[in-house]
Design a protein around this ligand. Structure first.
Ligand SMILES: [Zn+2]
Length: 344
């Protein structure tokens, strides 16, 4: 494994938030599995093959840090709840539009049983050409918030126990050689009165971890997040700005961490232009210096048609290249993969 200090990336490293549309053939294959017509082993092979296909999509688009597209995950909370001891499942509940998920219920103390995504990481590592890959994990607060709590006396107690579970998983990923993990917390700011302990839960989830940790927060009021920039022990905040028309960037004032800047809207099929992307990056550089910026879509791409997702990534990379050209003239070409919790 490469030593940490050697990991150099082009300035404005491009990455994804995590999810990517499943190829049509995989969706068909999953349906056949559900109908009992193919075995679990065959499905596992199909998942592995699908990861190769979607990693290639990202790499062809020019993305520096790909993910495995979360091919195996139907839903971000359900997937982890299935792997953690203490959960049981009820019938599907509607989340957004016509999307359903099986809402998990906590019925006993939650406990870490065995690695959940380490094999996924190793497969991704094996098939990606990129030097660095990203592994995503749903954070303790969001798992607690999106589950029925039928055991703990408070959501807070549940979240802190889940933080221990997530912490064990991140440490397993670190042992396996992962360099970059992203904790996904879309629910983080949804109950502002819980922010104090929610932030503490995130910090406990990453306690003692020595690799790069990003925190992705979306569908959120970032003014609620702002007072916690200092306290969050993560290297990076990955935030959405395209679907806000790049308004409200002032909330980044005082951010003393890297920013994963969302430049393409995942809720619109309209493909942005490289110039729009470049212009947005130009704007955000008034608040965050280029050495502290990563560029990504607003959120996971899974709800888009695959062709649109691929095209959005290509355009994102083209837009970044425009800005890189300007930065090169200022002598800024490379950044080092950073672990620390500050970037000022
Ligand atoms: Zn998101």
């Amino acid at each position: 494994m490469a030593s940490w200090a050697e990991v150099e990336l082009p300035v404005l490293p491009t990455t994804v938030i995590g999810s990517y549309p499943r190829p049509k053939w995989l969706r068909d294959f999953i349906n056949r599995f559900r109908a009992g017509r193919v075995s679990w082993k065959q499905l596992a092979e199909a998942f592995d093959d699908a990861v190769v296909a979607v990693v290639r999509d990202q790499e062809v688009a020019g993305v520096d840090i790909p993910s495995d597209g979360e091919m195996r995950r139907d839903e971000m909370v359900e997937y982890f709840a299935e792997g953690i001891g203490g959960f049981k499942f009820y019938g599907p509940v509607r989340v957004w539009g016509n999307n359903y998920f099986r809402k998990p219920a906590v019925v006993s103390r939650v406990e870490y049983r065995e690695p959940i995504v380490v094999k996924e990481y190793l497969h991704l590592r094996g098939v990606a050409r990129a030097r660095v890959v990203k592994v995503t994990i749903t954070g303790p607060y969001t798992i607690a918030d999106w589950s029925y709590n039928e055991y703990y006396s408070s959501k807070e107690d549940l979240a802190f126990d889940l933080a221990k579970v997530v912490n064990s998983e991140i440490k397993k990923l670190e042992e396996a050689g992962a360099l970059y993990v992203q904790v996904d917390e879309p629910a983080l700011t949804t109950h502002p009165e819980e922010m104090e302990w929610a932030v503490e839960a995130v910090n406990r989830a990453v306690e003692g971890v020595n690799i790069k940790v990003g925190l992705h927060v979306c569908y959120s009021n970032y003014e609620v997040l702002r007072p916690y920039y200092d306290r969050l022990n993560v290297s990076q905040l990955a935030l959405e700005f395209a679907n806000r028309g790049f308004r409200g960037l002032r909330v980044l004032r005082g951010l003393n961490k890297e920013l994963g800047f969302g430049v393409v809207n995942v809720h619109s099929r309209r493909v942005e232009t490289p110039e729009e992307v470049a212009r947005a990056i130009g704007k955000v550089m008034r608040y965050v210096r280029p050495e502290c910026l990563y560029i990504n879509p607003d959120c996971g791409l899974k709800l888009l048609p695959r062709g649109v997702a691929k095209e959005k990534l290509r355009v994102m990379v083209e837009g970044v290249k425009i800005v890189r050209g300007r930065l090169r003239r200022r002598g800024i070409e490379k950044v080092v993969l950073r672990r620390g919790t500050t970037c000022e």
